[in-house]
Design a protein around this ligand. Sequence first.
Ligand code: XIL
Length: 353
Amino acid sequence: MSRITRRDALAGTASLALAWPSAGLAQVGRPAIPFGSAAQIEPFRADPRYREALKTYCNVIVPMNDLKWEALRHDRSRFDFSGADELVAFARGNKQALRGHALLWGMALPPWAKEMSTKAEAERELISHIETVVDRYKGVIPTWDVVNEVIAHDPTLEEPYRDTIWQRLLGPEHIEIAFRTAAQIDPEARLVINDYDFEDTDPRIVRRRAAALSIIRDLRDKGIPVHGLGMQAHLYGERAIDTPGLQHFMQDLGTLGVDVEITELDVIDWKLPAVARERDSTAANLVSTFLNAVVPARQPKAIVTWGLSDRYSWIGETFARKDSAKARPLPLDEDYRPKPMMKVLDRYRLGTS
Ligand code: XIL
């Protein structure tokens, strides 16, 4: 498939200015925040209602899996952009903005990449991967999750980095290599460090926020551009949101001059009661409390949910319930009807108060 031309790219950039139709609807007091969803290629291809929902609700689209190494680099010798290109074309056709997810991750790697064994090999592969992918979508994908989940699950001051093949072969430098390479290829791109578990009161979460700030500070001190922190925000139904902790975190990010984005919002409802109405209302309240903590303290550049409809979500498999009730993690139900969570999101999406 041919490379996206410079002219296409510029057309894409121009259309971004039109990509926020809701901005004009903003009402006094609360500006609209770009809202979108991750799009999964299988239902995108098979289910017209899924495509319609992406059109109706989103002004940002994120290919859910198709820009991951596993999809792009199944064969070591060639890149397969087919899935990503389909989603990118859809977004551009609808004048929706795009986020790229993700240039470096310790998971979703093809078998050959898991078998890399030397520093030189890892460095060569990482750099050429980022060069190729960022160059292809230059001017079309303006924001990248450059590194995903590089913070240790439970970090310490001595060991803030997650144990991945990149960390094992390259050490902490894997993060700077990724950011440096992305910036070199597309100096206009917004470069984001994306990670999970920043939201509740557990001491582990407090350590994760500190680790994120310290990694960002390190990059900054070395003159490496990092523009945003992506908070995945897979919120646990059974955990309380740490409002003061989040507000403080937002202030610290502000001091560093780093933006925030909500990148993978959904609710892990495995431990919530089975009754759908109760679950939906708890989930909506949780999302509301979370956004109330974050948005006034530092307005996110985007709010992105990890899917739109409960019909398709990773939560049911990854966080299996003990009963047989289907997971209800997202703002639309299985039949694409808006749930209470969508009402909460509407306040931000449409800028109403
Ligand atoms: C998940 C997808 O939703 C699934 O379809 C896939 O099988 C596995 O990955 N954190 C991330 C996302 O950064 O890329 C993950 O997405 C969910 C956790």
